[in-house]
Design a protein around this ligand. Structure first.
Ligand SMILES: O=C(O)CCC(=O)C(=O)O
Ligand SMILES: [Fe+2]
Length: 291
């Protein structure tokens, strides 16, 4: 009987491009970021879009579970709610409030990619984050992620999955290659001025930046100490992304509150292991059965 060739994606519509080449790992480890084309199949992309949109709609503006903060309000992280409300719509830890997003975010294949890129044995979710630039949104100023977080580990990183084509016109990410080797955990707020970060790192102000346009379904990873930002949305369409930040297993509490729920913070002491699976699930090498 003749076999009919069927494209892999039709046989199994949920095939993620999660293989990393040695060259990609080397690029991440020297530049501090990596764009991966066609990360999701078209069917997966449709599923991610539908799931993330449902999860954001359900949240009724609650920005972070366990915290009394709504979108558009000052969250104590960014200094001007009116300006930052127009940088992006930001909803954090959707995995905690939506089973479909939880399934997407706790995917051990993505955990393995994060482990290989960062050189960590185990990977926990720090937080996920839907980041939607509306039509005409403000730019995302150059910044670092790691100084905001409740642990300090130079290997921490994020994935950023484009749900729409992210272009030079609508606010794709930009990176300053190699900077993760020279930056640190000192607080650097995301200001309105694009060049704000360079008052802390004047020696990096002359470094060239690189744009990371990312097609819908493609993704990028960046080290949390890489200087990165995004342009404004100069178009009448949306630039939607689903992201997740990762913490190497074994990280400890550094005293910064960030997204940790108030009830958890009340019990935490500086130096405690951040190994609470209900808050920071281990997604690689294994997923605890009680989640
Ligand atoms: O999507 C953006 O505009 C910024 C994303 C970002 O800073 C991040 O994922 O760390
Ligand atoms: Fe960031």
């Amino acid at each position: 009987m003749a076999l009919i060739a069927v494209p892999a994606n039709d046989l199994n519509p949920r095939v993620m491009n999660c293989q990393l080449t040695e060259d990609q790992i080397l690029q991440f480890q020297t530049q501090g970021f990596l764009v991966i084309d066609d990360f999701l199949s078209p069917q997966e992309l449709e599923h991610w879009r539908k799931t993330v949109m449902e999860a954001t709609a359900q949240r009724s503006g609650i920005k972070i579970p366990g915290k009394d903060i709504h979108t558009g309000e000052d969250d104590g992280i960014n200094e001007d709610a009116d300006y930052f409300g127009k940088v992006f719509d930001q909803l954090i830890n959707l995995w905690q409030t939506h089973a479909g997003v939880k399934e997407l975010m706790l995917d051990a294949r993505i955990g393995q990619m994060a482990a290989r890129l960062s050189g960590s044995a185990g990977i926990r979710i720090w937080h996920d984050q839907a980041l939607f630039k509306r039509p005409w949104a403000n730019p995302t100023g150059w910044h670092l992620d790691a100084p905001f977080w409740s642990f300090s580990d130079r290997r921490a990183l994020s994935i950023w999955v484009a749900l729409d084509d992210a272009t030079l016109e609508n606010g794709c990410l930009y990176f300053i290659p190699g900077t993760f080797k020279e930056t640190n955990f000192n607080d650097t707020p995301i200001g309105k001025n694009m060049d704000g970060i360079f008052s802390q790192y004047p020696e990096l102000a002359k470094r060239p930046s690189v744009a990371g346009p990312t097609k819908a379904g493609s993704c990028s990873f960046h080290n949390a100490l890489t200087i990165h930002g995004a342009g404004p949305n100069m178009t009448n369409g949306w630039r939607r992304a689903m992201t997740c930040a990762y913490m190497p297993d074994g990280s400890t509490y550094n005293g910064k509150h960030n997204v940790l729920p108030d009830a958890y913070l009340a019990k935490l002491k500086v130096g405690d292991l951040l190994n609470n699976d209900a808050q920071n699930p281990l997604i690689y090498p294994l997923i605890p059965s009680d989640l």
